[in-house]
Write a protein that binds this ligand. Structure first.
Ligand SMILES: Nc1ncnc2c1ncn2[C@@H]1O[C@H](COP(=O)(O)OP(=O)(O)OP(=O)(O)O)[C@@H](O)[C@H]1O
Ligand SMILES: [Mg+2]
Length: 351
């Protein structure tokens, strides 16, 4: 065939503080990292998951693609936060077509939005643990206006949005290709970004519980601004140690206090899961997102939970040309790269 099927995609993670882009080639030698780059966006460009400055952001995306010399136009993106609802429901097992109708009819009671305002998707997870006639179904609803906003953004950047995924699923996708030996152990994936945190408890790559909240590294910026009455830009400088009027130990104390708050939220989710799961313990915690750079965060988790804590390295499963990507770059990027990589691993005909 002259025209091979082009199911190739570029993964684009539009975070509220950094956009990340990844292109992966499937070869006979496995997945090869072809392109990876990231760039910071101006504070206020995305607020509570909504795009405030579409023109500015579209331009940032164009500049990033250009600087990384990415020519592919088909992209996979993801959304998360408030406008995305993910629920595991159980319902009577039926033939596929009837099940489809039932889920769409029942969805309304699980979603806090008008059913006409959301796009719904679902995946049957398997038989319910409570009854052999029932199945567990993962239900996902995304607000239509949010999807439209992201589609417009991608078009404005001169690209084609081929897949619109959910951040948590893209992260899980990146995790699933990693060579972890302990798939049967209960694992919690935690992504602490700038403006949101997502939690996903997995066993053998099946999601058992998901939670999203609005914690993130922006809380540190806000707390510094509250205490010192300074601008957002000055607060960022202070976090980077570039504002000499605020002592570094004061910044560290603020950061640690916020990170301890993240720990309490994580412990609450772990405890809720464990209380309802016949004493099955969460044994592994795999961290990602910019929150991992906050000093004391990992240590606090280790002191509060009896689980192994590690930071994800989504590059581990990829072939990497060291001439193209230095070790130091890979180390710095790995905690914030998994969603872009999880998206880049999608194919056009993936559901
Ligand atoms: N090398 C680093 N050292 C210190 N902090 C860092 C580093 N890299 C990122 N961060 C922090 O992490 C944040 C970015 O994290 P991340 O990329 O996970 O957020 P995001 O995806 O943009 O946000 P969200 O997913 O919440 O929309 C930055 O705002 C910064 O505070
Ligand atoms: Mg993010």
């Amino acid at each position: 065939m002259i025209f091979g099927k082009n199911d190739h995609l570029v993964g684009l993670d539009i975070g509220s503080s950094f956009i990340k882009v990844a292109e992966i080639k499937a070869t006979g030698k496995g997945h090869v990292l072809n392109k990876f780059g990231m760039s910071k966006i101006a504070p206020g460009t995305i607020v509570e998951g909504r795009i405030v400055d579409v023109d500015g952001l579209a331009n940032d995306i164009k500049v990033l693609f250009k600087s990384q010399k990415i020519r592919e136009k088909n992209v996979a993106i993801s959304t998360g936060g408030h406008s995305v609802v993910i629920k595991t429901i159980n319902t009577l097992n039926k033939p596929e077509k009837e099940l489809h109708e039932t889920i769409y009819t029942e969805a309304e009671q699980y979603i806090p939005y008008d059913i006409g305002d959301v796009n719904i998707d679902y995946q049957v997870l398997g038989q319910s643990e409570f009854s052999p006639d029932q199945v567990n179904v993962l239900l996902v609803a995304v607000k239509k206006d949010l999807v439209a906003e992201y589609i417009d953004l991608i078009h404005q950047a001169g690209l084609n949005p081929r897949i619109i995924d959910v951040d948590t699923f893209a992260l899980q996708n990146a995790y699933e290709i990693l060579p972890y030996e302990s798939r049967e152990k209960i694992t919690l994936l935690v992504d602490v970004g700038a403006s949101k945190t997502s939690l996903n408890i997995l066993k053998a790559n099946v999601s058992l519980m998901m939670r999203d909240n609005v914690s993130g590294t922006n809380q540190i910026i806000e707390e510094i601004r509250n205490q010192y009455d300074i601008s957002v830009d000055d607060a960022y400088l202070a976090v980077n140690g570039e504002n000499s009027t605020i002592a570094q130990d004061k910044i560290q104390a603020i950061s640690l206090k916020i990170a301890q708050g993240w720990c309490s939220e994580i412990c609450e989710v772990v405890n809720t899961y464990q209380a309802g799961s016949n004493d099955e313990k969460v044994e592994n915690i795999v961290l990602s997102g910019g929150g991992v750079f906050v000093e004391g965060f990992q240590e606090s988790l280790l002191s509060e939970l009896e689980a192994d804590v590690s930071i994800i390295n989504p590059f581990e499963a990829l072939n990497i040309n060291e001439q193209k990507f230095s070790d130091s770059f890979i180390t710095k990027a790995s905690p914030i790269a998994p969603i872009a990589i999880g998206l880049a691993l999608r194919r056009v005909d993936d559901k």
